[in-house]
Every structure is written in structure tokens, then in C-alpha cells.
Write a protein that binds this ligand. Structure first.
Ligand code: EPU
Length: 337
């Protein structure tokens, strides 16, 4: 493995931001991990990890080495009386992995179909959609400790998962390269169809199967969300903010149509897409970027944009929402600068 290769990353991030890495490593075998450790040491411990590039905002020139995780492999590790334990390597494409699970009768990930990105990225922001978060299905995360140069496994509890967040998004989780993820998939499958878009589908209400949920989720996502292969985007650009019951109640008085979801701890999640739309940003552009015309939470690249364009639009949207609703939106994708 060489550590002196420059790489154009424009085609390796789904927002398609113009970006270039001064040093780039393709990691396609676990045998190369000790070499990654040496590279990290040479770089003073500061590197960037790239998977499917679907949750990133890349600056134009990246000086830290970029390690591209292309590790492959899916295997059934264990069958317990109540679960299948399935391991997938970090470089596996997430959607293909979900489809493989369904083909093998390992159910429980179907609500997360068609999410762009890799298996290695799924625990980082705790991907979630249509009533399921990946933390509900993760048994453990296998990593390579880049500082000590040895494997280290994290239990789901150690990963400190919460809504679109985990240890791996925090400074304490930066020294680990995710080599594989182990999933606990229940043998006794029960459908999760509580999300409004699913429970309004009569076929699912009548007879939900994993395949039918998989197909329905793919249909809904294709109808609502722009395909990164056609227009650059990173899915939801902001998190849905969580506020206290008191703030939610005040906001509901002022804006009765505001979409909110009660959380188990009594707080409320607000639909950021609704608020962004109310501020007039749905379908609006600013330079080379804009907020999507069907889903205002998704920031899209109309062509040739850089991180500067993206961050300028994000700041403008944050300012509008703060002014109108007194709520501060937080960016969801991670910034490499
Ligand atoms: N809405 C609007 N206008 C918009 C967008 C949404 O009024 O422009 C309203 C919708 O009508 C709906 C509510 O807001 O009543 C929620 O919209 P939606 O069901 O599309 O979900 P979301 O809250 O915008 C979240 C996730 C998505 C995930 C969906 C489905 C976050 C940040 N986003 O979006 O995740 O697919 O729920 O579970 O939590 C992603 O993270 O990249 C992502 C796409």
C-alpha cells in the first residue's frame, strides 16, 4: 500500500463536491491494516476515513491522508436460539448487504433499504429510517485501533448510540477504523410499520413481509428523495431537532401544522423539512446549490459546487429557521476540512 498517491474525490462523495486528497490509500485487505497504522503515525494521528462518501462535506483540498475502506465479506457468525449473528465488512455497500440479508432469510434491516453508503459508515451516524435505527440491530462493531495497531471490538452499549450520533462521531472515537459490523437479527421477525408512510399502505397493513417492506421503502425513498447518481446530495442535510415538551407546546400554539414526534423521554423531535419549507427554502437555490424541491431537508448540488457553497447555504437556512422558530438546526453530514 502506497501513501503518496493523490486522488480526485469528486466522484467518491455523493454530494459530488469538488475535492482532492493529497494522500489517498485504498484499503482492500485486512493484511494492510498494520500499514495503515504506520501511515497514521506518519500523519501525526490525523487521517480521514472514507466509505461510500454519502454523509460527508469535503473541502476542496484535503491535506490529511484519506483511507478508503473497501473491505468486503458477509458471513453468518452464529445462530442463537433467538437470533442470527451476521457480520459484514466495513466496505460492503449498505443496500446490497440489506438485500443479501433478505435473500438469506435474515430479517430486520428491511426498513433501512436504499440508504446510500457502506456498512462501515452505518454505526457512525446511527443510520435510521421508517421506524428503525441501525443501533436496534447492531450487536458489536469491530475496529482497528489506529494508535495501538491492534483490533478492538465495541459492544453496542460502548458505541453510545443516539439519534444520528455515536462514539465514532466524537473525538474519543476518532482513532478507530471500522473493519466490520456484527448484526443481531431476530429469528422471530415482527414487522415495523408504525411510520406514517408505511402504515398508510393497505398491503402492508394486511400482510407485511420483509420483502414487501423492503419494496415499499425503496418505492417511498425513490419518490421522495433525489438519487445521488442523478443529482449530488447527502440525504438529510440537517438533523431533526429535539426540543423540550414546553418548547414544543409553544411552537404548536404558534404553528399548529408543525410536524412533531414525541420521544420516549418526553421530549419532541421536530420535522426540520417542514420548518425549512415554511421558511421558503424548498426548491430554492443559492449559487450552485439548493434545497430539494420535493424534500426541503435535502441539500443538492446543481453542479460544480464546493464545500464553501454548501456551508453558505446551510448557514442561510439555519439563520432563517432560527429567526422564524427560535430553533437551531444542526448539520448532519461530517465536514472534512
Ligand atoms: N416535510 C415537509 N416538507 C418537506 C419535507 C418534509 O412538510 O420538504 C414533512 C413531511 O410531510 C412529514 C415530515 O416533514 O410530515 C417528515 O418528513 P419525512 O417523513 O420525509 O422524514 P424526515 O423527518 O424529513 C427523516 C430522516 C430520513 C428518513 C426519514 C424516514 C432525519 C434527519 N431524516 O426525514 O433520513 O429517511 O425520516 O424515516 O432524521 C437521512 O438521514 O439522510 C434520511 C434521509
Amino acid at each position: 500500500m502506497r501513501d503518496d498517491i493523490t486522488q480526485d474525490l469528486t466522484g467518491l462523495n455523493t454530494l459530488r463536491l469538488v475535492s482532492h486528497a493529497a494522500r489517498y490509500f485504498r484499503l482492500d485487505s485486512e493484511q494492510q491494516l498494520s500499514m495503515v497504522t504506520q501511515c497514521v503515525q506518519r500523519a501525526g494521528g490525523r487521517i480521514y476515513m472514507l466509505g461510500g462518501g454519502s454523509n460527508l462535506v469535503l473541502r476542496e483540498h484535503l491535506l490529511r491522508p484519506v483511507v478508503h475502506n473497501l473491505l468486503k465479506g458477509i458471513r453468518l457468525i452464529e445462530e442463537t436460539p433467538d437470533a442470527y449473528i451476521v457480520e459484514a465488512a466495513g466496505g460492503e455497500v449498505w443496500h446490497d448487504f440489506v438485500a443479501t440479508c433478505i435473500r438469506n432469510g435474515w430479517y430486520g434491516l428491511e426498513n433501512l433499504a436504499l440508504i446510500p453508503g457502506t456498512v462501515g459508515a452505518c454505526p457512525v451516524q446511527n443510520i435510521g429510517a421508517y421506524g428503525v435505527e441501525v443501533m436496534d440491530r447492531i450487536a458489536s462493531v469491530c475496529t482497528w485501533d489506529l494508535v495501538q495497531g491492534r483490533p478492538r471490538s465495541f459492544s453496542a452499549q460502548e458505541c453510545a448510540f443516539s439519534y444520528r450520533d455515536s462514539l465514532f462521531k466524537k473525538p474519543a472515537g476518532q482513532g478507530y477504523l471500522i473493519t466490520a459490523v456484527r448484526f443481531r437479527l431476530p429469528r422471530q421477525w415482527t414487522p415495523t410499520i408504525s411510520y406514517p408512510d408505511l402504515k398508510s399502505d393497505p398491503e402492508l397493513v394486511q400482510n407485511a413481509t420483509p420483502q414487501k417492506i423492503f419494496d415499499a421503502v425503496c418505492r417511498i425513498r425513490q419518490a421522495k428523495l433525489p438519487d445521488p447518481a442523478i443529482i449530488g446530495n447527502a440525504g438529510s442535510f440537517f438533523k431533526n431537532p429535539i426540543v423540550s415538551a414546553a418548547q414544543q407546546s409553544q411552537l404548536k400554539t404558534d404553528y399548529p401544522a408543525l410536524v412533531t414526534y414525541r420521544q420516549t423521554d418526553g421530549s419532541y423531535k421536530l420535522a426540520a423539512g417542514w420548518m425549512i419549507e415554511q421558511c421558503g427554502w424548498k426548491g430554492r437555490t443559492l449559487g450552485r446549490v439548493g434545497m430539494h424541491h420535493r424534500q426541503a431537508l435535502v441539500l443538492v448540488n446543481h453542479g460544480g459546487a464546493t464545500a464553501t457553497d454548501v456551508l453558505a447555504l446551510a448557514d442561510a437556512v439555519i439563520a432563517s429557521v432560527r429567526q422564524k422558530f427560535d430553533v437551531t438546526l444542526e448539520r448532519e453530514p461530517v465536514l472534512f476540512d
